[in-house]
Ligand binder design. Sequence first.
Ligand code: CMP
Length: 141
Amino acid sequence: MGIEKTLSIIKPDATKRNITGKINSKLEDSGLEIIGQKRILLTKQRAEEFYFVHRERPFYNSLVNYMISGPVVVQVLMGENAVTQNREIMGATDPKEAKVGTIRKEFAKSIEENSVHGSDSLENAKKEIEFFFTNEEIIEN
Ligand code: CMP
């Protein structure tokens, strides 16, 4: 526990629907602070690298193509227990299973087009933040 940082991605289904702000409100209302943020286009190579752990999964190619289908907003979130807190406010991967009030329940279109990504552990959060951000792009106060 304690103050942690985690990586969040607002995915193409959400940026295309112009709901970045609505998602940010959910994150901020849950107590998380957005201390780094940028809107980018992933290349196929970068998307493949980011989701390398899923390379053997049947949804991998489709996932990579979806993640390069439009802009994404990559974010560093900070707060008490931020990794778990972000996963709670995101809700289950499959929006059909996500709890009321979560981002995915409210906004996700399907298990693939599920609007947001969040790091699943503190160790992965560190790696994923370094994948997208330099130290200068993260402003804590
Ligand atoms: P994310 O939390 O970013 O991690 C892997 C992503 O793969 C997931 O969100 C979804 O966007 C996508 N995905 C597509 N199909 C599945 C599936 N059956 N199970 C898990 N993730 C899936």
